[in-house]
Design a protein around this ligand. Structure first.
Ligand code: ZN
Length: 657
């Protein structure tokens, strides 16, 4: 492991010990092999002057569950050292007492909850303390003879602590064990099945020790248990319908929709094809810190999704019954990740972010398991200890940091014509409301407009059946299924009366405004049928109920589209899919309306542009975002009992009413 320490950068941080602490903590956070998503914690002891001008010794310790890579001063809780030092002398301390006491000993009431390891940090007689869950070290301890190996590797440099539940129990155990040691002779501690602690009187020393200790473990693994997927068959098997079925089954078990992201990197594939997969994956996690996010074991998809899941749920309930003390309530039994033989590793998340976090943990776990096997046998922490952490209230509290749920969390939506106008607004609003959204558009810019977690832009012509199938498959491959279709793509052909209509104008309008929608709907139906509360919203036009002269090519196609949606509502309703139509009118912030066109139309009616924009009963302007918000309502819960409806959004039109 390379040190990321930069002397110049460190010097730029400022004199205050907390600034040095922030800098080194961020370096640790940047290294996924040290800490993953809210794991690990660090501290610094220093003297501060309080508001009364008195000096006080404090421990600045990271807030519980915070991401170390992005931490700043505000992520550290200042806790009075004296209070923490007194706590260690208690014989017992419940979790809630620990939280209450440490919180009431903080010098800043608005600071985050201090890490559960604050007491442990407090009595280590060094200014800076770093704690990580370094993969390499934990992997070695998670093997047969792990403790022996650690002893051989580190000799007296490191103090070895057998596994104890984190929090007060761990602090107490270490306190008792280290009463008589000479701290100057050790560089840190190995917490078996858990992680590493290093310390020093300056930030650099503690950090460099961490890097050195971990590097020794990495070298050891590289010599003895190098894991590389053997070359050969690196093409994953693929069955997108079965993937959508799996995602739905997991969502139903969890009680909320989830996304399903599949990793097909060589190691994931190699692991998925492991002969002893089920038994191996069933032994347990890399570190108990992961189980609140991933559960103890993954689902093994070794047959039809529903059956595999049923078995998983049964086994989870048995695991709960074996380990509960009778006061606990069983959590939802849904798996958080799955290994699908030949297909890869699938992660299930409520949000794109949660999917990514779980995918990261799964990837590190797979590597550790294979390395552990290479080292004589993967032997993670026993089930009862893992259970204690999974059901530990302080660990569960970390999950609550994620914020409150959004209406479309875990849902997958596709919007055609998503690069601009109403389509783009639909992508944005659906995404703001939690959905993972794919935009399909002819405009190649769509790829650049939408990228990142939970968003994707796909270039495609909806009037081309192959483009359509390719794009819809790509969405299912990426997010695991499909729940919402916003069939929006459209063109507004040049105004031509029927007698002067050019055939190509007529044909292109029908191709895009009518046939394209049929192709998209057709490609989506099998996936929507496997979706969660699936809904289709078709973007029609005011021209359907109130056509205008010179717009035959457009109006006829949109009328046909509306009729298509009505038939679709009849055909798909019994299969659980709702289909509704929205009829917008005069949405001026779209590509259809240029400023010249606006002026021209306004003049035609003898109005100012402003008058023309609000030429409706309510005298309001209708924007793309207004339409998008209505589309979201129609795709969501409010419309869950409605299908085959046509809803205008036009400010009120006397020809329609
Ligand atoms: Zn830890």
């Amino acid at each position: 492991m390379k040190s990321l320490w930069d002397e110049k950068e460190a010097a730029r941080q400022g004199e205050h010990p907390l600034d040095q602490r922030v800098y080194a903590t961020r370096l640790i956070g940047q290294e996924a092999d040290l800490v993953l998503h809210g794991g690990g914690n660090t501290s610094v002891k220093t003297e501060i002057v309080n508001i009364f001008g008195e000096k006080e010794d404090v421990l600045y310790v990271t807030g519980s569950g915070l991401d170390l890579a992005a931490i700043d001063r505000s992520g550290f809780s200042p806790v009075r050292l004296e209070a923490l030092e007194r706590l260690i002398n208690l014989d017992e301390l419940s979790d809630s007492e620990m939280v209450r006491t440490t919180r009431s000993s903080m010098l800043d009431a608005s600071a985050p909850n201090p890490s559960v390891e604050a007491i442990l940090h407090a009595f280590i007689p060094f200014k800076y303390v770093d704690h990580t869950h370094a993969d390499a070290v934990v992997t070695i301890t998670n093997t047969e003879k792990g403790m022996e190996r650690i002893g051989q590797i580190y000799g007296d440099r490191m103090f070895i602590v057998p596994y104890v539940m984190p929090g007060f129990l761990l602090a107490k155990e270490v306190y008792e064990m280290t009463r008589d040691i000479n701290w100057e002779q050790v560089e840190g501690m190995i917490l078996l099945n858990h992680g590493v602690i290093t310390f020093g009187n300056d930030a650099r020393t503690a950090y460099m020790r961490m890097i050195q200790i971990v590097t020794v473990a990495e070298d050891y693994l590289e010599k003895r248990a190098m894991v590389e997927a053997p070359g050969g068959d690196e093409t994953p098997d693929e069955d997108l319908y079965e993937l959508a079925r799996l995602r739905r089954a997991v969502s139903e078990t969890r009680g909320v929709p989830v996304l399903a992201a599949t990793a097909t990197d060589p190691l994931a594939l190699y692991f998925s094809r492991h002969l002893n997969l089920e038994e191996l994956a069933g032994r347990g996690p890399l570190t108990p810190d992961h189980v609140t996010r991933t559960k103890r074991t993954p689902l093994i998809v070794d047959g039809p999704a529903e059956e595999a899941l049923e078995r998983f749920v049964e086994e989870y309930r048995e695991y709960f019954d074996r380990n509960t003390d009778g006061t606990l309530t069983c959590l939802d039994p849904a798996p958080r990740w799955a290994v699908w033989p030949g297909h890869g590793v699938v992660s299930f998340g409520r949000t794109p972010e949660e999917s990514r976090v779980i995918a990261d943990i799964a990837q590190h776990t797979v590597r550790a398991i294979l390395q552990g096997e290479g080292l004589g046998g993967w032997q993670p922490l026993s089930e009862d200890h893992v259970f204690d952490v999974e059901y530990w209230e302080l660990q569960r509290a970390k999950l609550a940091l994620g914020g409150s749920p959004l209406p479309f969390d875990g849902k997958v939506a596709v919007v055609t014509g998503g690069a601009s106008g109403i389509g783009r607004a639909c992508v944005e609003v659906l995404s703001e409301q939690g959905a993972a959204v794919a935009a399909i558009d002819l405009n190649p810019d769509v790829e650049g407009i939408f990228e990142g977690d939970g968003l994707c832009g796909l270039v495609g012509d909806i009037s081309d059946p192959e483009d359509v199938r390719g794009a819809i498959d790509a969405i299912v491959r990426r997010f695991g299924g499909l729940d919402i279709l916003v069939s929006n793509a459209g063109i507004f052909p040049a105004s031509e009366t029927i007698d002067e209509m050019r055939p190509e104008v007529w044909r292109r309008s029908l191709d895009v405004n009518l046939t394209g929608h049929q192709l998209v709907l057709q490609a989506c139906i099998p996936y929507l049928e496997l979706g969660i509360e699936p809904a289709v919203v078709v973007v029609g036009s005011k021209n359907v109920p109130a056509p205008g002269q010179g717009a035959a090519a457009y109006s006829v196609a949109k009328a046909g589209l509306t009729q298509l949606a009505r038939v679709a509502a009849l055909e798909l309703g019994p299969r659980g899919i709702r289909v509704n139509v929205v009829h917008p009118d005069h949405v001026f912030d779209t590509g259809i309306w240029t400023p010249e066109m606006l002026e021209d139309r306004a003049e035609h009616y003898g109005m100012t542009v402003d008058e023309y924009r609000t030429r409706n009963i309510l005298k309001v302007e209708v924007g793309a975002r207004d339409v998008a918000e209505l589309v979201c309502v129609m795709a969501g819960r409010v419309f869950s009992r409605t299908t085959g409806a046509q809803v205008p959004i036009d400010g009120g039109n006397d020809r329609v009413i």
